[in-house]
Design a protein around this ligand. Structure first.
Ligand SMILES: [Zn+2]
Length: 240
């Protein structure tokens, strides 16, 4: 359930950011110059995919504050320096900020949103809105790699459904398909006890949308094959 809660928050944050970016065109700032930074080069395809460089001449998120409701954000990271507003710690635990697991995931997320690089700005991580600020609200203590991967796969499936022009789907079917993709991902790592536990959580979730949706998709996939189910849903908006 933690994964669902975090996922909803992450998605909400991104939607909020997009809405904010769409309505807050204020000062025109030219896009950053091309860089020779390897980290920057590796992330550019993602920024290009969401057309961030095309949006930057219109807005880079200045005057926008994005709440990062996550595991905390390190304000001293060079690519986020000056862009982090410290909010409350609602996690219910007292892990010190010096702990190596403190804020790792939250800082990743904040960098993807508001990273502005370092030096003259041409090195390091650039976010989709490099002139925005993030408000760090700590509510969880971190996400291990498999949980993070599972969430990414789930959200990527949502994007894929939109990109491939699936019809509007009932929520249990839409979430069920995304959970089914997460399940396929986690099944590749069943040698890990944590992955087996996560797979069980997906299978047995009492949530009617996520759990019920997944079980309906899985039953259909076992009968017809996953690819056939995907093809049928795309054509009809329903499970075969
Ligand atoms: Zn979803």
């Amino acid at each position: 359930m933690l994964g669902h809660a975090v996922r909803a928050r992450m998605t909400g944050g991104l939607v909020g950011l997009l809405l904010a970016a769409g309505t807050c065109a204020v000062t025109v700032i030219p896009a950053s110059p091309a860089s020779a930074d390897a980290v920057r080069d590796q992330e550019m395809w993602v920024l290009d995919m969401v057309h961030a460089p095309a949006a930057w001449p219109i807005t880079q998120g200045q005057h926008v504050i994005v709440a990062v409701i996550d595991s905390g954000v390190f304000p001293s990271v060079s690519d986020l320096a000056g862009s982090v507003i410290k909010g409350p710690d609602l996690s219910g635990v007292t892990t010190p900020q010096s702990d190596t697991s403190w804020g790792v995931h939250g800082t990743w997320m904040a960098s993807l949103i508001a990273g502005h690089g370092h030096g003259d700005g041409s090195s390091g991580i650039e976010g989709v809105a490099p002139a925005s600020h993030v408000l760090s609200i700590r509510v969880v203590t971190g996400l291990v790699r498999r949980e993070f991967g599972q969430i990414v796969v789930h959200e990527a499936m949502h994007a894929w459904l939109v990109q491939h022009r699936f019809p509007s789907l009932p929520e249990p079917l839409c979430e069920g398909l995304c959970q089914a993709m997460s399940y396929r991902y986690i099944r590749r790592h069943m040698a890990e006890p944590r992955a087996r536990l996560m797979a069980r959580h997906i299978r047995e979730s009492p949530d009617p949308v996520y759990g019920g949706g997944f079980r309906a998709v899985r039953a259909s996939a076992l009968e017809h094959g996953f690819e056939n189910v995907i093809d049928h849903v795309r054509r009809t908006g329903r499970l075969p």
